[in-house]
Ligand binder design. Structure first.
Ligand code: SAH
Length: 207
């Protein structure tokens, strides 16, 4: 899987190492284990999916590229949409602190179970509505979302540090979902719209 990611243009050696270290098969149901290293999204229950490895890598690489050059690790990162906890674990190897929030209790509990044996003391799993962000962990060097809405929630912008970056799927004017990068600069926000993606919807409230 890591070789394939490198062939697809993922270049960051720390990211490739992190994705090699976090075994994806430990996050999917036993019936799907033989598909765990294919470049495909897989069901994780409650109608949600674990993203394709290639999309996880692409989004984290964008997040890392938004950080100060020369920084050894990213600072604090907020992940919206913990799902099975896979991306949170990968982020845990690359950032000083990871706050990952999930709105579905069943998946929050599942992620806690999945992450236990990895002993990533810097990954904090939270149950709540990620559209509100998580103010207690702010300001964040990076915010990454695994679910797409119609706009970037204002709380995310508020909780992002100056110099920080948001990477999220979002519905564009054309009615299609695309990856969006928002950089919070001294002089204001810079939005970039990148390639089309397919993520589950960002929903408000908890369930
Ligand atoms: N990163 C995850 C991908 C999970 S899919 C993984 O590695 O498995 C996206 C997740 O976002 C779903 O579990 C969905 O329940 C969650 N989600 C959607 N809207 C949310 C919100 N407002 N706050 C928190 N989680 C949300």
């Amino acid at each position: 899987m890591v070789r394939k990611l490198a062939g697809q243009g993922i270049a960051d050696p720390n990211l490739l190492a992190a994705m090699g270290a976090i075994e994806r098969h430990r996050f999917v149901d036993s019936a799907l284990v033989n598909q765990a290293y294919e470049d495909t999204s897989l069901p994780i229950g409650l109608g949600q999916t674990i993203s394709k490895p290639n999309v996880v890598a692409r989004m984290i690489e964008l997040l890392l590229q938004g950080q100060d050059e020369g920084a050894i690790k990213m600072g604090r990162v907020l992940e919206v949409g913990t799902g099975c906890g896979y991306q949170a674990a990968v982020l845990g190897r690359l950032a000083r602190e990871v706050y990952s929030i999930e709105r579905l209790r069943g998946l929050h509990d599942k992620a806690r179970e999945n992450l236990r044996s990895f002993r990533l003391a810097n990954v904090h799993l939270l149950f709540g509505d990620g559209m509100q962000g998580y103010a207690k962990g702010a300001p964040y060097a990076g915010i990454i979302a695994a679910a797409g809405g119609h706009a970037i929630p204002p709380a995310w912008i508020e909780q992002l540090a100056v110099g920080g970056r948001i990477v999220a799927p979002m519905e564009t004017a054309a009615g299609q979902q695309a990856l969006v990068v928002v950089d919070k600069l001294e002089r204001g926000l810079k939005h970039s719209i990148l390639e089309a993606v397919h993520f589950v919807p960002l929903k408000s409230g908890i369930a």
